[in-house]
Design a binder for this molecule. Sequence first.
Ligand code: FES
Length: 82
Amino acid sequence: MYVCLCYGVTDTHIREAVATQGVCSMRQLRQTLGVAGQCGQCGKHAHCVLKECLQKLPEDYHVQPSKKDLPILQPNLALEVA
Ligand code: FES
């Protein structure tokens, strides 16, 4: 079934990306297949398919998102004025 019409990505493509390329986040999915990279209408469905794929992986293969997928914390540069 098509998930992303803009890039012609199916649920099978997403499953293959998870299984063969270790895709484990929406960011990686967008970088790999383009999913949700144009109109964004497919984002929710793609996320559901991705989540389902990751849950089906055997425990040994669970992949933690890389640090790149974590929000970047910026130091608080605001200075207090005395
Ligand atoms: S349907 Fe996926 S980006 Fe438009």
